[in-house]
Design a binder for this molecule. Structure first.
Ligand SMILES: C[S@@+](CC[C@H](N)C(=O)[O-])C[C@H]1O[C@@H](n2cnc3c(N)ncnc32)[C@H](O)[C@@H]1O
Length: 476
């Protein structure tokens, strides 16, 4: 028999539905910042490559896009310090939380401690986000934890959690740990920068702080006058490279016609200086072969500048092991005197001694460009450096082989880590066949703070560039 329904004259009331809470809709900037953190965590996505796509997809206006960028990049960059603070406010280790809940907490803590958003608004907006992306139960935890976070400001949390400085009775290790917490860097990276900079802790403090600043966009004028470019893009001439224009107002450089038609490009001023040093006319050689080699050329920024700088009768061979990278080089240098090949620099197709000048812009840890890649510091490990050292040695020794006697090799990294810089060069010199040139002499004379040479190490906090390393070697 079918169950009796409510018949005519029945006094039974229809069953009451539980009221459902209104569905939460997070604001787009926070949702995008959360999606960015999820993409990094779930599929190892790179922050700087992923965020533009998320912003385009959502079609945010400029203000919301700026907020999403600030929250996404800032949260990723400050992750280590945020986790230490969250650990103090939780009854368990952050690692025991569901990863998406931890992402929401980091995002909330970043807003409270690093932005001008009032704490109550940051907590409310983050709890709203939590209700939408991780559920109402975790949203209550998020609310409770963020309220604790908001009881102190960042400086006060750091004083609470940091070990004492060496001057204050701490050890060298506690000094490193304090700076790591203060500037949100893994301790091994703080130690690597300290090894490169020397014992001045105040300067180390500046160097770490500079890695948390967003860099100004630098352009390079390749096939046009630098002043003309500066005028067109409302930029300022860069202080060091005669080809550089800095655009402090930000904006989207790819919208400039000069960039689209490749008379100019986007390139850090430090990278420009590396190409300028190798192209230095005073490195003149008798009886040139007329060939320059860029051995690790992808995506082609330095090859394109070398092509603009080299004397007319020079041809440039630009190689990269990765086919998609050599395609980028071909695009960056199309129509120029650059021959592009996909080739492994460790097993090269060119003959020894064919080149007058060789650039080895070696694959490296990228610790010199942490400003640009907010997630890189947490992704990289000391093991990466150990593996890269082998490759860097092999590439430098092949580069020395490719240069003819009297030829010059520029060994370049975008890392200040001594294992990838000075120690690689010393290893190569110990094998004989080359000697160092003073790289400072091939750079603009007004560049300050270059130390005693013969190598050059640029720094974001000293020069406003990436931390590029340059050694110039003359082959015997
Ligand atoms: C730091 S990037 C070079 C950047 C480039 N010089 C520029 O200015 O645009 C290092 C490049 O080395 C390439 N590479 C890595 N191992 C290589 C090898 N064994 N031979 C040739 N290229 C290699 C990578 O694919 C990467 O494109």
């Amino acid at each position: 028999m079918p169950p009796a329904g409510p018949g005519r004259g029945s006094h039974r009331r229809p069953p009451q539905r539980r009221p459902t809470p209104p569905r939460r809709t997070p604001d787009p900037p926070r949702r995008i910042a959360f999606d960015l953190l999820a993409a990094i965590r779930e599929r190892g996505a790179y922050a700087n490559l992923t965020l533009p796509g998320l912003l385009d997809h959502e079609g945010l206006d400029e203000r919301d896009a700026a907020l999403a960028t600030e929250l996404g990049y800032g949260t990723v960059r400050w992750q280590g310090t945020l986790d230490a603070i969250l650990a103090r406010c939780l009854d368990r280790s952050p690692a025991e939380l569901d990863p998406p809940v931890l992402d929401v907490l980091r995002l909330g803590a970043y807003q409270i401690l690093h932005t001008r958003i009032p704490a109550y608004a940051a907590v409310a907006a983050t709890v709203n986000l939590a209700g939408s992306v991780v559920g109402e139960g975790p949203a209550r935890l998020v609310n409770a934890v963020l309220r604790k976070v908001s009881q102190r400001d960042l400086d006060s949390w750091i004083s609470e959690l940091a070990p004492p400085a060496a001057d204050d009775g701490g050890s060298d290790d506690s000094d490193i740990a304090r700076l790591a917490l203060r500037h949100a860097h893994p301790e091994w990276i703080v130690r690597a920068l300290a090894d490169s900079l020397g014992p001045d802790r105040a300067e180390l403090d500046d160097a770490l702080a500079a890695n948390n600043e967003r860099p100004i966009v630098h352009l390079v004028a390749r096939r046009m006058g630098r002043d003309e470019l500066a005028e067109q893009v409302r930029g300022e001439p860069g202080p060091w490279s005669s080809h550089a224009v800095r655009i402090p107002h930000g904006g989207s450089p790819h919208s400039f016609a000069e960039i689209r038609d490749r008379r100019a490009g986007v390139q850090d001023e430090g990278s420009q200086l590396m190409a300028l040093a190798l192209a230095d006319p005073s490195l003149h050689m008798d009886e040139p072969t007329g060939w320059w080699l860029d051995m690790c050329a992808g995506p082609g920024g330095k090859a394109a500048l070398l092509s603009a700088l080299a004397p007319e009768d020079v041809r440039i061979l630009a190689a990269d092991r990765a086919p998609h990278r050599s395609q980028l080089v071909a695009r960056a240098t199309s129509g120029e005197r650059v021959h592009v090949v996909t080739a492994d620099g460790l097993a090269p197709p060119w003959r020894d001694g064919f080149a007058d000048r060789v650039l080895v812009d070696a694959p490296c840890s990228g610790l010199g460009a942490l400003r640009r890649r907010p997630d890189a510091r947490w992704r990289r490990t000391p093991q990466d450096v150990t593996e890269l050292v082998e490759l860097q040695r092999g590439l430098l020794s092949r580069a020395l082989g490719a240069a003819r006697p009297g030829g010059v090799v520029a060994y370049v990294t975008c890392s200040p880590h001594r294992a990838e810089t000075v120690e690689i060069v010393h290893w190569a010199l110990a094998r004989g066949g080359a000697s160092t040139l003073d790289a400072r002499s091939s750079l603009p004379t007004q560049l300050p703070a270059l130390g005693v040479g013969p190598y050059v190490q640029l720094w974001p906090h000293r020069h406003g560039t990436d931390a590029m390393f340059l050694a110039l070697l003359r082959v015997h």
